[in-house]
Structure formats: C-alpha cells, structure tokens
Write a protein that binds this ligand. Structure first.
Ligand SMILES: [Fe+2]
Ligand SMILES: [Fe+2]
Length: 162
C-alpha cells in the first residue's frame, strides 16, 4: 500500500501528510472552484425563470471561495509553515479558530444542498446543469475528506501538549 491509499494512516510522516493535503485538496479547490462558479453563473442565467434552478448558487459559491482561500492561506502560513520550520506545536487557540472555519464550511455545504434541492436534477436538465451538480458533489466530498484529515489526523499531531 502506498501512502496516498490511506492518508489517514497514523504511520504517515507529518511532512508527507501536509504535502498530500496541499496538493490533493488546496490545489484542487483553487483549480476547480472558479470553474464551478462560472458554470453556476451560466446555469442560473440560462434558467432564470425555472423554479427548479439553483437560484443564489453563484453568490453562495463566491462566498465559499473567498472564505476558503483565506482559511487555506492561514493553514499554509501558520500550520504547514510552522511544521516545516520544525515548530512542533501550533497554539491551540489558532487550531481552534481553524476548526471553527471547518464548521462554517460544513454549514456552507448545507446551504448549497438546500439551494440545489439536494443536487436533484430536473428531468431533461441540460449538460451544463448536470456538469454543475456533479462538480458540486465532488466539491462536497473533497471538502469533507479535507476537513476530516485536518481535524482528526493533522491538527491533533500539532496541538500543544495539555
Ligand atoms: Fe486545508
Ligand atoms: Fe482546513
């Protein structure tokens, strides 16, 4: 088994875990979210009169991307860099604030679920609409895995001893 098969494995060195989080999640979110926003804008505009359309989705995604970017920058500057500099602990207060951001991400995904009626496509949905909902499904999965790895694997390793 390779490291990436199970990044939650307790045996994985912390520097490799940080690399994995950065490339598999941070870089992926930065690449995929702008594409999703463009697609959401297109679908909302094309189906402005359709009651099933995800009204308000573009704005909700723009809020997510802004909050997520600030959050990932804070992780990279305070958590990833601290480890690279061999600082073994990050202040608990900072890890607590980052965990609070993770709770807010979960709430934002619930709002997306409400706006999209649980990602349920109407009969005959166009190609863009189908691509949009499949991209949103992937975003939700990626964000769940990302949050889980940080909350339950990475952050516990870096917190100050109590
Ligand atoms: Fe992260
Ligand atoms: Fe995070």
């Amino acid at each position: 088994m390779t490291m990436t098969d199970d990044p939650g494995d307790a045996q994985i060195p912390t520097d490799a875990l940080i690399d994995h989080i950065r490339t598999r999640y941070h870089e992926t979110h930065r690449r995929e979210l702008p594409e999703l926003i463009a697609l959401a804008r297109k679908v909302e505009a094309m189906h402005a009169e359709d009651i099933h359309a995800p009204h308000g989705l573009t704005k909700a995604l723009e809020t997510i991307v802004a909050e997520l970017e600030a959050h990932m920058r804070a992780e990279e500057a305070e958590v990833f860099a601290a480890f690279a500099g061999d600082t073994s602990a990050v202040p608990n207060e900072r890890l607590g604030a980052l965990r609070d951001d993770h709770d807010a991400q979960e709430a934002a995904l619930n709002r997306i679920a409400a706006i999209t009626h649980g990602l349920r496509l109407p009969a005959g949905a166009c190609r863009s609409w189908r691509r949009l909902y499949s991209g949103l499904g992937k975003l939700a999965e990626d964000l769940d895995e990302h949050r889980h790895l940080e909350n339950h694997v990475l952050f516990p390793r870096l917190q100050e001893p109590s």
